[in-house]
Design a protein. Structure first.
Length: 223
């Protein structure tokens, strides 16, 4: 039995070509006008980012739990640039997520600033291969206690046994957490705390100086 070959007219063929061209133009337009950012989330609980342009039919991307990942539009990323999640390195930009999740679009422009607290798990594992001197120098650039906490979690998950580097991380973690817990107090509360710990200050003493004095005093007491 011979297979029947279906033929189409030249008019039908041309219509199909036109439809394909239109679809390709539409796809290219979409890709060129939907700037995307890949994000890895290293926090607990959930974190949602509203989108100006839907992605996969959704108008927001929700991250659920540690090491979740998702794609957001550039407008959504700019809205969270100054959030604690981004500044502390909880929501970390990683555009490789876009390809991992198979999302169509164009990668958004790179950020103008380098976030000293933002690391992926993969980057942290590589950093543990640094020399002790280079490792300590990098850890010293953290401005939030969260990346130190992140490093500790990776150490535990990967069974990394390096006492010297663990000590460096733990020391920076403790110091930055002390900075955080005292810095959330207002000026009047800081002055009251200085009174409580018998720390001398005057009207020219800055809040940062009070925080550093309180850290030095309470660390000695707690130690």
């Amino acid at each position: 039995m011979e297979d029947k070959v279906k033929t189409i007219s030249i008019e039908e063929y041309n219509k199909l070509i036109d439809r394909l061209d239109a679809k390709e133009k539409e796809l290219n337009y979409f890709k060129g006008n939907n700037l995307l950012v890949g994000v890895r989330f290293y926090g607990e609980g959930s974190f949602a980012v509203g989108l100006n342009k839907p992605i996969n039919g959704l108008n927001r991307t929700v991250f659920f739990g540690y090491d979740s990942k998702g794609v957001i539009d550039y407008a959504g990323w700019t809205r969270i640039l100054n959030s604690n999640e981004r500044r502390w390195g909880i929501a970390v930009r990683d555009d490789s997520v876009i390809d991992e999740l198979g999302i169509l679009g164009t990668v958004a422009p790179a950020d103008n600033d380098k976030n000293p607290n933002a690391f992926t798990d993969t980057q942290i594992k590589d950093i543990f291969g640094y020399s002790e001197v280079k490792f300590k120098k990098l850890v010293g650039t953290f401005t939030s206690y969260f990346p130190a906490r992140h490093f500790m979690k990776v150490m535990e998950a990967e069974n990394i046994e390096d006492i010297a580097k663990k000590s460096i991380i733990r020391s920076r973690y403790n110091y930055l957490f002390d900075v955080y817990r005292w810095s959330i107090l207002g000026k009047h509360e800081l002055r009251a705390a200085c009174d409580l710990y018998e720390i001398d200050f005057d009207n020219q003493t800055t809040e940062r100086e009070m925080v550093e004095s309180l850290i030095a005093k309470t660390s000695n007491i707690e130690g």
